[in-house]
Design a protein around this ligand. Structure first.
Ligand code: NAP
Ligand code: ZN
Ligand code: ZN
Length: 347
């Protein structure tokens, strides 16, 4: 008998999310049934629910920052037991055979990872995400949430956290690295915490000065408003790595001018509109422009263990499910400190 789960559902790109009920299959041999406790609101949920990106299969249940407790396990599950605290991020399966999957970079599966929502699962049924009271996933696509990280602070780590941790690690950030985080929202604030914990010299580039005190509390050493044109003169050539989290198009040439010789700007923000830049912005100082998407299961577990070791969690504002639509409006005007998290008891 499938389980019925309460959920918040987007029926179309222009309708507000509404409460409803969905079915969750019984866990298969290698699957776990997770009772969701908290789910973060990622800007990607909004892009998807509102149809900003390519095809969306409506009705859709979004949400891929899931923290919960294992409530049932399939007969052959070995990694988890009932009562364990677990997380699920942006994907729930992948081919497991291609070079990316074998390298533990399942998010780059060459056959296409199965996203937590808006994909077709192995069972042929559209996947439904974390704005709900339960989810069933293969044990290999869930991660353990270490003791000491409260579940509400853990949920956003499953997307915002790993999306920032991954490029910082992959580009070798450590003591002496001059890192700038552009945009201090859900992703950006985690970037500040991780870069500081890795020992880097961290700057925040935000639209205004409003978040300066918070940024310094989270570990930033300097903070600049991008609305002030002088910022781009003062900071010219001063960063080894810029991680751009902005969800809207920005003037890439201006930001590339802030990179030092051999510096790299990594794009993680995913605006709908195409971006462009002059070749000389790169060639002039042997700079690189790169992109990065989430992180694999192994690195996600490493990130969670790093968080436990360094006392890191997301800064959250817990909301009831009925507040989701209002929270979306606040995210869209950068009025979030710094992640909304839905309390699953309130569906
Ligand atoms: P968010 O909480 O809304 O943060 C984005 C931040 O960007 C805002 O807080 C704001 O920071 C800044 N910003 C917004 N509009 C801007 C504008 N017009 N000009 C300049 N700055 C602006 O969103 P998020 O959840 O962190 O997600 C950010 C982006 O990353 C989204 O596009 C999302 O889809 C994408 N994403 C990508 C991945 C990946 O794997 N690559 C994973 C998750 C999310 P300030 O107020 O500080 O300026
Ligand atoms: Zn996300
Ligand atoms: Zn694969």
């Amino acid at each position: 008998m499938p389980t019925l789960a309460k959920a918040y559902i987007a029926a179309s790109a222009d309708s507000p999310l509404q409460p409803g009920v969905i079915e969750r299959r019984d866990p298969g041999d290698f699957e776990v049934l997770i009772g969701i406790r908290f789910t973060g609101i990622c800007h990607s949920d909004i892009h998807t629910a509102r149809g900003d990106w390519a095809s969306v299969r409506y009705p859709v249940v979004v949400g891929h920052e899931i923290a919960g407790i294992v409530e049932a396990v399939g007969a052959k599950v070995t990694r988890f037991a009932v009562g364990d605290c677990v997380g699920v991020g942006c994907f729930v399966d992948s081919c497991r055979e291609c070079a990316s999957c074998r390298a533990g970079e399942e998010q780059y599966c060459l056959r296409g990872a199965i996203s937590t929502y808006n994909s077709i699962g192995r069972d042929g049924v559209p996947t439904a995400g974390g704005y709900s009271t339960s989810i069933v996933v293969d044990e290999n696509y869930a991660v353990r949430i270490p003791e000491g990280i409260p579940l509400e602070a853990a949920a956003p780590l499953l997307c915002a956290g790993i999306t920032m941790y991954s490029p910082l690690r992959n580009w070798g950030v450590g003591p002496g690295t001059r890192v700038a985080i552009v945009g201090m929202g859900g992703l950006g604030h985690m970037g500040v915490k991780f870069a500081a914990a890795l020992g880097a010299e961290v700057s925040v580039l935000s639209q205004s000065l409003k978040k300066e005190e918070d940024a310094r509390r989270l570990g930033a050493h300097s903070y600049h408003a991008t609305s002030d044109p002088a910022t781009f003169d003062i900071l010219a050539g001063s960063f080894d790595l810029i991680v751009n989290t902005v969800s809207a198009p920005i003037d890439l040439d201006k930001y590339l001018s802030l990179l030092a010789l051999d510096g790299t700007m990594v794009l993680v923000g995913l605006p709908t509109e195409p971006l462009s830049q002059r070749a000389y912005s790169l060639a002039g100082f042997r700079r690189s422009l790169a992109g990065s998407k989430m992180g694999g299961i192994r690195q996600t577990q490493e990130m969670l263990d790093f968080c436990a070791a360094h006392g890191i969690g997301a800064e959250v504002e817990i909301i009831a499910a009925e507040g989701i639509n209002e929270a979306y409006e606040r995210v869209l005007v950068s009025d979030v400190r710094y992640r909304f998290v839905i309390d699953a008891n309130t569906y």
